[in-house]
Design a protein around this ligand. Structure first.
Ligand code: ZN
Length: 603
């Protein structure tokens, strides 16, 4: 069936961007205003940021500019995200992008002039400032790693070149790599990158699934050397920057922005690798038995436990479900959920030119907007619960903090969203006595929430750490070495429960995350805090909910360890990790027991 055009979908299935600007004219007025504000800041402050008061005044102006620019940008980007074919949207987003590039280059003087001041001047400004205290503290923290203005300028001039490895990676993967079709039992099947990752990995016909994996891997292998060379250039560049900026090692450099210690980072990777493995091996065995497979191979790991069970849900039912499922978070949280559905924060529509996947955008000073690929499935309701977690987070911190204090560390940012998935699952499980429904709910939590964050991305994190260790000692990596590391990584985790089909070692070629620093491990970090906080809320109720709200209010005024502590979760120990892993183990126990009850299969 052909998808509808955007102008053909019913309004009630779309989000209401007039909540940001009632008309395009209003948008235009703010767009013009932002540019004028930037000019004014330049005229008024350039060359003058030498005393605390002037610095504070300048940052107050910048704060106002950022608030307006956020709205202007959100409106432009959100309208484009649901309708790429609309030339008016395209043009608006294009104009915004160009204007922002100009504005940010015009305003680079602010940070660089402040960084040239003696510490006392910056500290004086911190004392005086209201909204920009942490902004200034961050600058002070960066100061020891700042190079001379000349050097910074040269580095900035090379910024596009520094981005080349990622560009080359994407070109190889998305432009050059053409997948041929493959044949199984005389039938031909088309193949493509997303076709493989979105469909064939879940294909129930074992011959087709495994043949797809082989065809996919064979094509990947033809690009292993160019991909490895791009990646080696990426990590070598990071190491050089770490060294010239005076960081102890490349890990310190990459963790600096996240405000995470090496210990926290290592613990995440080591504890999950060691303690989660036995549980996941058992889950793999269960899938193997359920499908009657001769052996469990790497190509079989994504198989769903009960693909025939798929309850249908409408948006109205989704509203009711998440409303009940998250009611433990209190009345004001529930009223936000009602508002999200009633005031049309959510875009359910399916139409041509709409972005796929899901996200939540939370423009400062307004409500959040949630984009979905809604397919009437129960799994879509989990996505809503997740995205509402982001909405709830930014509803709190956007109203409690200045715009500068809403840049939450990657280590923590997925905690409120994944916590909703845990709370929602625990609630949903109790709403039915149907064992098949209960098993579906639990299996969903494992195969989506935990598998994604604790297995897929954590294996990436383990591999990345090995690569950076080599780079840190002055070494380099090539395709052979990278495959060797990834194979060892998978062997370590899956043991003899999973046969590592040829091609599994090439998994290092599949993730764009490797071009984003130490990002992969943060998925599990957010969910670790989320699990511990959710369990505390379920145990203690109101007091734990109140603490959680304080955490949401705090925005980025605290570092990740401080935020977790406020929620009653001590991530300076391995306690929360062990708790999360034990919880995963208990869910897998329950899934095994239900499978015995439903199918008579014992694992
Ligand atoms: Zn999220």
């Amino acid at each position: 069936m052909e998808l509808a055009r955007r102008d053909e979908v019913p309004a009630e299935l779309t989000w209401d961007l007039s909540l940001i600007y009632a008309t395009p004219e209003e948008w235009q007025a703010d767009f013009d205003a932002v540019q004028k504000m930037a000019d004014d800041i330049e005229t008024q402050f350039k060359g003058k940021l030498t005393d605390p008061q002037t610095i504070v005044d300048c940052l107050a102006h910048l704060e106002e500019l950022e608030k307006k620019a956020y709205l202007v940008g959100s409106y432009a980007e959100l309208s484009t995200s649901v309708d790429y074919y609309n030339t008016e949207n395209q043009e608006r987003a294009g104009r915004f992008g160009a204007a922002m590039a100009q504005i940010s280059s015009k305003l680079t003087f602010i940070d660089s002039e402040i960084l040239l001041q003696p510490d006392e001047v910056i500290k004086g400004a911190i004392e005086l400032s209201k909204g920009a205290k942490n902004y200034l503290k961050d600058l002070l923290r960066k100061k020891p790693h700042q190079l001379s203005p000349e050097t910074e300028k040269v580095l900035a001039a090379f910024s596009q070149t520094f981005g080349a490895p990622y560009e080359i990676y994407n070109m190889a993967k998305l432009a050059d790599m053409q997948f041929p079709s493959f044949t199984v039992n005389g039938k031909e099947y088309p193949l493509g990158y997303s076709l493989f990752e979105d469909d064939y990995e879940y294909e129930r016909d074992t011959d087709v699934r495994r043949a797809a994996f082989k065809a996919f891997s064979d094509k990947l292998r033809q690009y292993e050397n160019v991909t490895a060379a791009a990646y080696n250039a990426q990590v070598t560049t990071e190491k050089v920057e770490a060294t010239v900026r005076g960081f102890k090692d490349v890990f310190d450099f990459l963790l600096f922005e996240q405000k995470v210690t090496r210990e926290m980072y290592d613990r995440q990777i080591d504890v999950i690798t060691e303690r989660l493995a036995p549980h996941m091996r058992r889950y793999a065995k269960l899938i193997q038995k359920k499908y009657g497979l001769d052996e469990m191979t790497f190509a079989d790991l994504k198989l769903p436990l009960d693909p025939d069970f798929d309850p249908k849900v409408t948006p109205e039912e989704a509203h009711k479900l998440v409303r009940e499922g998250l009611s433990i978070l209190g009345e004001d949280y529930v009223s936000m959920i009602d508002e999200a559905f009633e005031k049309r924060w959510i875009d359910f529509a399916k139409n041509q030119g709409k972005e796929t996947g899901g996200f939540c955008a939370s423009p400062y000073g307004k409500n959040s907007f949630i984009l979905l690929s809604w397919n009437d499935r129960m799994s879509d309701v989990f996505t809503i619960a997740h995205e509402l977690g982001h909405a709830g987070h930014f509803r709190h911190c956007n109203s409690a903090q200045s715009i500068f204090d809403t840049e939450v560390s990657g280590y923590f940012v997925e905690a409120p969203s994944t916590m909703n998935e845990v709370l929602f699952t625990d609630h949903l499980k109790q709403t039915s006595t149907d064992p098949r429904f209960r098993r579906w709910v639990l299996a969903n939590l494992i195969s989506n929430t935990y598998y994604h964050n604790f297995v897929t991305h954590l294996r990436e994190a383990w591999y990345q750490r090995e690569v950076y260790k080599i780079i840190d000692e002055g070494g380099t990596v090539n395709a052979e070495k990278l495959s060797e590391i990834f194979k060892k990584n998978l062997e370590l985790f899956w043991g003899d429960a999973v046969v590592l089909t040829e091609g599994a070692e090439l998994t290092w070629m599949r993730q764009p995350h490797y071009y984003m620093g130490l990002y992969s491990y943060t998925y599990s970090a957010g969910l670790t805090v989320a699990t511990a906080a959710a369990k505390r809320i379920e145990r203690e109720g109101q007091p734990a909910v109140e603490d959680w709200k304080k955490v949401l209010d705090a925005g980025s005024t605290l570092d990740p360890a401080g935020l977790a502590k406020l929620a009653g979760v001590d991530i300076s120990t391995d306690g929360p990790l062990r708790e999360a892993i034990d919880y995963i183990g208990s869910i897998i126990d329950e899934i095994c027991a239900l499978t015995k009850e439903i199918d008579g299969i014992e694992a």
